[in-house]
Design a protein around this ligand. Structure first.
Ligand code: XIL
Length: 308
């Protein structure tokens, strides 16, 4: 069974994966990546972030982004743009800049309207305690940076699905509540907002039990949801028991999305442990993906299939 085929048969729009430009020279890897039956959707892991696309003010570089777009297009895979406004991977001219409100508004408008088509417009706006993250955007513009970016993106592409994407909103708590309140206030103001991305960087044995209920709560506010960056990490070394639990955990996440019509698709944050971001970010952890270091499918793969 193939991931995207099974997801579509279950009524989803796609099953997708993140990928990154340096990996594209590895033909054993691309042989799997290029199969639309596995992956109907692609997210660029880094090459559409602000530091990659507008390294200097007004100087846009789309060579690497275009490489991913072209690959997806030639494979017949849909794209998710990632991302437009995020406190991380900003070029220093933005991150360390001191701007008036008018200046930063124009900077966001130029950046978002040049980039955009489903898109993570706002990435990770909240702290884990549900307060706004203190970054150049919030500190200069307050919450209005969200509306400025969404409206600029909508003007650039009226057909794009515009998302706000975050982690630790996949379970009940202050951060999910803050995101729901943001959706409600954007809707009330008539600001374009189509969806909420559940990043879903989970830990084996700790997948939130209420993820389906939270998806339903967002959908009831009038937005779609998507699982945008799924991986399920473990403390190494991997064992048969951990791999079996990981299989069950992948199935839990997929089943939740599958049960909610407003959950439109699932994207894994790359498909192989060989290129996963986890070991580089969480010391001592890894083995988070459905294919192992040698591009061999793990039990997690069957967990995904079983979830649809
Ligand atoms: C990560 C990439 O996977 C890494 O290659 C990069 O070094 C840092 O960013 N949330 C997000 C993603 O929205 O953009 C992040 O991707 C992982 C966490």
């Amino acid at each position: 069974a193939f991931l995207d085929t099974v997801a579509k048969a279950a009524g989803k729009l796609y099953f997708g994966t993140a990928t990154d430009n340096p990996e594209l020279t590895d033909t054993a890897y691309t042989t799997i990546l290029d199969q639309v039956a596995y992956f109907g959707q692609i997210t660029p892991e880094n090459s559409m972030k602000w530091d990659a696309t507008e390294p200097e003010q007004g100087v846009f570089t789309f060579t690497e982004a275009q490489q991913i777009v072209s690959l997806a297009k030639s494979n017949g895979q849909i794209m998710r743009g990632h991302n437009c406004v995020w406190y991380n991977q900003l070029p220093s001219w933005v991150a360390d800049g001191t701007f008036t409100e008018a200046e930063l508004t124009e900077i966001i408008q130029t950046h978002c309207s040049t980039l955009v088509d489903a898109w993570d417009i706002i990435n990770e706006p909240f702290n884990d305690d549900g307060t706004w993250r203190s970054d150049v955007f919030f500190n200069t513009l307050g919450e209005s940076f969200v509306t400025i970016a969404l409206e600029a993106a909508a003007a650039a592409d009226p057909n794009a699905k515009l998302y706000i994407n975050d982690y630790n909103i996949e379970f009940e708590g202050v951060k999910a509540t803050a995101m729901m309140e943001l959706v409600q206030s954007l809707k009330a103001a008539g600001t374009p907002i189509d969806g909420i991305g559940f990043e879903s960087h989970f830990i084996v044995g700790e997948v939130p039990t209420d993820i389906q209920a939270i998806m339903e709560a967002f959908v009831s506010l009038g937005v779609e949801v998507a699982v945008t960056e799924l991986d399920i990490r473990m403390t190494l070394p991997e064992t048969d028991a951990l791999l079996a639990q990981q299989k069950a955990d992948y199935q839990t996440v997929i089943s939740a999305c599958n049960a909610v019509p407003g959950c439109v698709g699932v994207t894994i944050w790359d498909f192989t442990d060989e290129f996963s971001w986890i070991p580089g970010t969480f010391a001592g952890q890894g083995a988070a993906c459905p294919w192992d270091d040698n591009l061999v499918k793990k039990p997690a793969y069957d967990g995904i299939i079983a979830g649809f």
